[in-house]
Design a protein around this ligand. Sequence first.
Ligand code: APR
Length: 311
Amino acid sequence: MKITVIGAGNVGATTAQLLANAELANEIYLVDILEGIPEGKALDMYESMPIIGSDTKVFGTNSYELTKDSDIIIQTAGLARKPGMSRDDLLVKNAEIVSSCIEQAFKYSPNAYYLIVSNPLDVMTYVAMQVTKLPRQKVFGMAGILDTARYRAFISMELGVSMQDIQALILGGHGDTMVPLVRYTTVAGIPVTDLISKERLDEIVARTAGGGGEIVKYLKTGSAYYAPSAAVVQMVESIVRDQKRILPCSVLLQGEFGYNDIVLGVPVILGRNGMEKVIELKLNDEEKALLKTSADHVKKTIEEAMALINK
Ligand code: APR
C-alpha cells in the first residue's frame, strides 16, 4: 500500500502522521509546493516510527514522480479559511490548486483512489472527477464523517455519555446547509429525541453546522485539522482493510435521492473497491426540503467552479 498526501500543511501532515502511526501503508509520500517543508515533516515522522512501533516509511517531496503508482491519493492542498470566511470563499483559488495537483498526481497514478479534503469539499470533489474522468467508485470526498463526529461529540457533551454509543447520520453539502438527520440519531439504540428536548437538539444541530467556523474563530490563522484528519484515516482504513463500513462521504449522485450530476454527502459502503455502494434511505418531506436547499447551493457553486476552470 502506497499512499500520497498532497499538501503538507495542518491537515496533510496530521493525516500522514495518523496513517503512519496506524501502519495503514508501507510508504507515505507527502507532497507540497513549499521547499523543504514536506521533506522535513516527513523525515521527522519517519524518525518517530521506531518509537511508535510502525514500519511505515514517510517521504517528503516537491515532485509527483516519486508518487508513481500510489494506491490512494489524498488531496489536502489549498487555502484554509480565516475568520469571517465561508468555505465557498476559497473557491477560486482552491479550484485552481486542486485541478493542478490532481492533474499531476493522475499522470503518475491513474489507478489510484482519490480522496478529496480541500474545501469547498463537494465542489472540489466534482472538480477532481472532471480532471481524472474516473468513475465515482474512485473519487470521493471527506466531510460527512467530520460533521457527524462534531454532532456526536456535542450530543455526548450534552448527555455525559460515551461518544461511542452515539450513532448519527448527516447528509448534504459540507457547509451551513448540511442536513443532520435527528430522526436517525440514536444513543445506544435509544432515539435521541427521547433524551434531549427539541430546543436543545436544534441548538446542537446549529452548532454542528457552524462547527468548522467555531474552530476557525479560535485559531484565527487557519481551520480545523485534528478531526478532519481522523475522519480521513477512518475512510482509508475502511478501504485498506476492506471493512465495508457505512460512512457518510461526498460522492457523485446518479439518481439516488432524486439527484444527478452533483456531489453530495450520503451514506456509502467503503471497501477494497472504493466507494462500493450508495445507501439510499427514505426521507420525510422536511428532510427532502433541507436536502434540496443544500443541493441547490452545491449545484450553483459547482457551476461557478466549472466556469472558472473552463475559462
Ligand atoms: N501544490 C501543493 N501544495 C500546495 C499547493 C499546490 N499547488 N498550494 C498550496 N499548497 C500547500 C501549502 O503550501 C500548504 O502547505 O497546501 C498546504 C495547506 O496547508 P494549510 O495552510 O495548513 O491548510 P490546511 O489546514 O491543511 O487545510 C487544507 O483542507 O480542510 C481543508 O479547508 C481546508 O482547503 C483547506 C485544506
